[in-house]
Design a protein around this ligand. Structure first.
Ligand code: PEP
Ligand code: MG
Length: 833
């Protein structure tokens, strides 16, 4: 795209836009440009184009050039209040005009007497796509004189780089491309720099600060993109954003926000009285239909004046922002993740600029907000990407929340009666978060998808849920009895007595199993033959530690200390760390606490560490390698752990070890810290087995480590050479692969030689199919997610060591993970006694 030359639409004096005596224009809230103090009384077209809109008060015109640049001309300030008096429109909306063609005539004297200023901003309203390359200011100008030169942002950005800016081209590794959450994280990181970073993809560009702009670039896995920036910290900004994107933009972390919903694709046509949907959260429930009616909010098209509408919009957005922040502060991980993405949308500069532009064109705040959201909704829908299309819900949610505030009507909290199955054609995340969910037994939504935020919320609430069940959902009358079989993707409408009875007994059996497990959750982990297996929980926050204690965990087998180090600009100091570790130790009420030293690098970035960019971060500077590269961080962390009282409750564990030298180096720092703090008691130091190297040399490590704990997530990734974050490989990356089991066997054998215990703290510890095999291989501690603890303990109670050992021996000889799983299933259902 070449240059676009704009000529002056007025006779007058041209000045920088910042001299306009109006904060909205001077602050470039509606776009960048210049202002002209007119001496003539006709507004002319500054270039050829189409008249996109004429304000009903006739004082403002927007022209769109053939290249798509939107030029807004706003004659005088507060002229909207004149209601069109003193203005004459000389063209029609939609007309195609030539450069210099008269658009408006106005009575200059009359305006001069009635409004505070005649300054006329001429601005590029869609500055995200067009950059101003040159502009005239500080001189007398005549109609037709050159005024501004614009360039497509892509060209402008490329040239900015040539003129001394910074650029970097990279390939996007994110499995699902730049969808909502990565876009929110990228924009959040971009806002920490003064430099304006732009992302270029396929000849289109967007500001890195705009999550919606980023999403609308439809960047997919494997796409090549270019980051450009200029300004004082341009280099650091580009480096940080490139690293963030190359490291997956936190997508791995996202997977831990909530259980990934299981998709059961509808196949066979439904029987009569049965609706088929897609499983968003598994489970079985019986209940009565409770329909949630869609609420539509009408908005007036025309505004009551620029200042009033602009203020109403800003206030409504502020109120919604405050509510989201408050809800996020008190919410669980799933809610915080979703609300964080909503906040990023709400703060998207391009979204709010689009709404402000519509207000400047005379629209009401509500109309403008709906139009701005609508533009992005259409863009996302048109991309043909299911995951992006599901983000439409989030935008519509924000539309709804802001419009509710603008309408001035309060929304009452909806409290479905006990045993309700919520039915809705569509359900917004805020609607689900806003209702009293105590009475819900499940939910079924006509539209939506399995990765939508509603699906994640339902899973976090523990509610069986179906999405995409079709329009039939809304035809079901309130109070109709229903069986929601989310495991199999079915909603049975008005089932007969026999079906109800079968469902009831299945639910009762599940409840009984779970209740029995919960009732016995606080008994020690002991096998049927009396053998002791410690069942611990993994913890990533103080709240997790409380949950661990409540669910009967006998200790914490893995404290992921990263929670303290990520998403901030400086590392926590020794005192802050000590306070947090002490709080967690106290919440565990004396139970053992295994604190893992910082495990960043790879998929978890802490920007302040300025880790060097790497071709292959999973094989680079991560885990203990980072701690030894920044020994002052390690020293502070070890001191903070050593200060926790009572001494000895905390054991220390080193992540990502690949050799004995690393254990020795950490021990040297630990011994020095103990000396400095005068700690004479013994403090256990263990090693995580996450690399094949550690498993194969377990005998050497166990000679000097106090214990070994197997991180099956990474051990599986490195053994099978399959990225744990790769969605394509997800079905094949199974820790029950015989290769992984053989490394576990090698680990327990090596540890046994030196009388050390071996635990498992990776995801396999929470997998019921794995417990018997792990115990049979010699593992004596299982550290699972807190919610899985009662059922793992219940399972352990049914096992005998001999049977487990025989099972493990056979598992090592199986040809595949599937074969191991099949064997384990048969063992669990039949052979236990
Ligand atoms: C593991 O790799 O199994 C583990 C427990 O560590 P993380 O999942 O935190 O990498
Ligand atoms: Mg790991």
């Amino acid at each position: 795209m070449g240059q676009i030359v704009l000529v002056s639409p007025l006779d007058g004096w041209v000045a920088p836009l910042t001299e306009t005596p109006d904060p909205v224009f001077a602050g470039r809230m509606l776009g960048d440009g210049v202002a002209i103090d007119p001496v003539g009384s006709r507004l002319h077209a500054p270039c050829a184009g189409r008249v996109a809109s004429i304000h009903r008060a006739r004082h403002a015109v927007t022209l769109v050039t053939p290249e798509g640049a939107e030029i807004l001309m706003h004659v005088g300030l507060d002229t909207v209040a004149l209601g069109g008096e003193g203005f004459e429109v000389l063209v029609e909306e939609g007309a195609v005009v030539a450069e210099g063609q008269p658009l408006l005539a106005f009575d200059l004297d009359r305006l001069a007497r009635s409004v505070p200023s005649l300054m006329t901003p001429v601005i590029v309203a869609n500055g995200e796509a067009f950059a101003i390359e040159r502009r005239e200011t500080g001189r007398r100008i005549k109609v037709g004189d050159p005024l501004m030169i614009l360039k497509g942002a892509t060209v402008a950005a490329t040239e900015a780089v040539a003129a001394g800016g910074v650029s970097r081209t990279l390939v996007v590794p994110l499995p699902h491309g730049v969808h909502a959450r990565p876009a929110a994280r990228i924009s959040d990181a971009a806002r920490r720099f003064a430099a304006e970073v732009r992302v270029l993809a396929f000849n289109r560009s967007a500001s890195a600060r705009s999550p919606v702009g980023l999403m609308s670039l439809a960047i997919r896995h494997g796409d090549e993109i270019t980051l450009t920036a200029s300004g004082p910290d341009a280099e650091a900004a580009v480096a940080a954003l490139a690293r963030l994107i190359e490291d997956g933009a936190g997508e791995e972390a996202e997977a831990t926000v909530a259980e990934a919903p299981v998709a059961a694709t509808p196949q066979a046509p439904a029987e009569v009285g049965v609706l088929r949907g897609v499983t968003a959260a598994p489970g079985l429930a019986i209940g009565k239909a409770f329909r949630l009616a869609a609420r539509t909010i009408a908005v007036a098209k025309d505004g009551r004046g620029l200042a009033q509408e602009q203020a109403a919009l800003a206030e409504a957005v502020d109120i919604v922002r405050g509510r989201i922040e408050a809800a996020a502060a008190g919410g669980d991980k799933a809610r915080r993740g979703i609300l964080g993405a909503h906040l990023a949308f709400l703060e998207d500069p391009e979204l709010t600029a689009a709404a402000r532009r519509a207000v400047a064109e005379g629209r009401s705040a509500g109309f403008a907000w709906r139009a701005a959201i609508g533009g992005y909704v259409d863009a996302l829908k048109a991309m043909g990407d299911r995951r992006l299309a599901e983000r439409v819900d989030d935008l519509l949610d924000l539309e709804h929340q802001v419009l509710v505030i603008l309408s001035g009507e309060a929304e009452a909290t909806i409290a479905p009666p006990p045993g309700s199955i919520l039915l809705a054609e569509d359900l917004l995340p805020s609607q689900l978060m806003g209702l009293d969910s105590a009475g819900l037994a499940g939910l079924c939504v006509g539209r939506g998808g399995p990765t939508s935020h509603v699906a994640i919320l339902a899973a976090a609430l523990g509610l069986p849920a179906l999405v995409a069940a079709g329009a039939g959902v809304t035809a079901i009358a309130d109070g109709t009895s229903l069986i929601l079989d989310a495991d199999n993707g079915l909603l049975r409408v008005a089932p007969d007595a026999a079906a109800l009875e079968t469902a009831q007994s299945a639910i009762a059996a599940r409840h009984e199993r779970r209740a029995a497990a919960r009732a016995a959750a606080h008994e020690p982990g002991r096998m049927a033959d009396g053998g002791r297996i410690e069942v611990f929980a993994n913890v990533g926050s103080l709240a997790d530690a409380v949950a661990a204690t409540v669910s009967g965990a006998e200790g914490c087998g893995l404290l992921r200390t990263e929670f303290l180090f990520l998403d901030r600009e400086t590392p926590p100091d020794e005192d802050e760390q000590h306070r947090q570790y002490q709080a967690i130790a106290s919440a565990l009420e004396g139970r053992p606490l295994i604190v893992r030293t910082l495990d960043v690098g790879g998929d978890k970035d802490a920007p302040y560490l300025a880790l060097p960019g790497e071709e292959n971060p999973a094989l680079g500077l991560r885990g203990v390698r980072v701690s030894l590269w920044r020994p002052q961080l390690l020293r502070a962390q070890l001191r903070a752990i050593l200060r926790v009282k009572p001494i000895g409750q905390c054991r220390i564990m080193i992540p990502m070890v690949s050799g004995l030298d690393e254990l020795r180096a950490v021990r040297a720092v630990l011994d020095e810290a103990r000396r400095d703090l005068g700690v004479v008691e013994r403090v256990e130091l263990g090693v995580m087995v996450e690399t094949p190297a550690a498993a194969l040399t377990a005998d050497l490590l166990a000679a000097e480590a106090d214990f070994l704990s197997i991180g099956t997530n990474d051990l599986t990734q490195y053994t099978l050479a399959m990225d744990r974050g790769n969605a394509e490989l997800a079905p094949r990356i199974d820790a029950l692969h015989p290769a992984v089991l053989r490394l576990i066997a090698q680990t327990t054998q090596g540890a046994r030689r030196h009388g050390r215990w071996v635990g498992v703290c990776g995801g396999l510890a929470a997998d019921p199919a794995a417990a018997a095999i792990l115990i049979g291989l010699g593992v004596t501690e299982l550290s699972a997610t807190a919610s899985a603890v009662p059922e793992i303990k219940a399972l352990v109670r049914r096992l005998k060591r001999d049977a487990c050992e025989a099972l493990a021996e056979r598992a090592l000889l199986q040809p595949s993970a599937e074969a191991v799983r099949a064997m384990a299933q048969t063992f669990l259902t039949g052979a236990i006694s």
